[in-house]
Design a protein around this ligand. Structure first.
Ligand code: P6P
Length: 355
């Protein structure tokens, strides 16, 4: 990563300047990025293309789900006791089979599988975490849902069989991460640690087209995003912060706006574009928070940090948390740097025993 970082500035400046204004597809963009690193093997590029392909297939099914009767529960529950929707399983299968084909991934950890999924390519050098279809409770009501991915190098590299412990790496060790948002259009955002690029799927040609290079989050926003139904179980500092958001602010002469979609990918994408803050705190129901560290919070924190934002669990940077379990949960405060700093000030000022 150091080599990448050392050349990050001229690499991105070079790319930004050299790409002409014709349509740039995801495949072209990935190859052009890879070609700037003579040492690159092309494997990470292939992995990103695999995920892009699988997401196109998922997008097609999501966009016609009501017609093909793929909606509704399949009668099982995932490790968290949540009802699994058939589209979840379809997305999980598509992503895992795409990763199997390229044989550079040795293991997948997914929200839809209780344990690790060892792939046939045990020599593969990447480990991939997936939330195949985040926000699935919104599938039946036509609200945006998303896929989230987080990519690590396997450590140790040369053991014959990969183990669950090999996947317990802090978010700062991600080599790439991103999401696909199945909304009014299908949008893919990813980072390899050199900024965030945004692509929109053109279904008429089946290609993701580059729509934003090196996207940056507003340093401060006027939107706060939290499920206020759990207000009574919040820490005092969080209650005071939300009341602060609801006051008239000097710079805008009005309170902040509340927006909460209930699909983390959609709420984070809006935060990336418009600024503000998304919060899922710990509570009586979720003493460690509801959202999963490894396949929701770490990848989305990587994206937001690469765009200039911040992400914390209320005490420390999300991406510095040393994971103890592949499905562990964490509270998360994520978004524009000034908004995250401000909520931390309230939490610190009114800190009390955890709920
Ligand atoms: P709540 C969706 O089920 C999810 O995992 C995230 O996408 C979303 O941000 C959160 O849970 C919503 O949880 O408790 O507000 O319904």
């Amino acid at each position: 990563m150091y080599i990448y970082q050392k050349s990050a500035s001229n690499y991105f400046a070079d790319m930004t300047n050299s790409l002409d204004e014709r349509l740039v597809t995801l495949e072209e963009f990935i190859i052009q990025a890879q070609n700037r690193f003579p040492g690159a093997t092309g494997e990470l590029s292939q992995l990103l293309r695999d995920i892009g392909l699988a997401s196109k297939i998922i997008s097609r099914e999501v966009n016609k789900a009501g017609i093909t009767n793929i909606l509704g529960n399949d009668g099982t529950t995932n490790i968290h006791g949540e009802a699994v929707k058939r589209l979840d399983l379809f997305a999980d299968e598509q992503l895992i089979s795409a990763l199997e084909r390229s044989q550079i991934t040795c293991m997948v950890i997914s929200e839809e599988n209780d344990g690790i999924v060892r792939l046939r390519s045990q020599g593969g050098k990447y480990i991939v975490y997936l939330d195949p279809l985040d926000g699935s409770s919104n599938i039946d009501v036509n609200v945006s849902i998303g896929s989230i991915f987080s990519i690590y190098m396997r450590e140790p590299r040369y053991e014959p069989t990969v183990k669950e412990e090999d996947a317990l790496q802090p978010g700062v060790r991600q080599v790439a991460a991103g999401y696909v948002l199945y909304g009014s259009s299908t949008t893919l955002a990813y980072t390899t640690g050199l900024g965030v690029s945004l692509f929109t799927l053109d279904p008429s040609i089946g290609e993701y087209i580059l729509t934003k290079r090196k996207i940056t989050i507003p340093t401060k926003g006027t939107i706060y995003s939290i499920n206020e139904g759990s207000y009574n179980s919040w820490d005092l500092g969080l209650k005071k912060y939300i009341k602060y958001c609801q006051e008239e602010h000097a710079e805008t002469k009005r309170p902040y706006s509340a927006r909460y979609i209930g699909s983390m990918v959609a709420d984070i994408h809006r935060t990336l574009i418009k600024g503000g803050i998304f919060i899922y705190p710990h509570s009586k129901r979720y003493p460690k928070g509801k959202l999963r560290l490894m396949y929701e919070c770490n990848p989305l924190s990587f994206i937001i940090e690469q765009a200039g934002g911040k992400a914390t669990n209320g005490e420390r940077r999300i991406m510095e948390i040393e994971p103890l379990a592949i499905h562990e949960r964490t509270p998360i405060y994520i978004g524009s740097p000034e908004n995250v700093d401000r909520v931390m000030e309230f939490l610190y000022e009114y800190q009390e025993q955890a709920v």
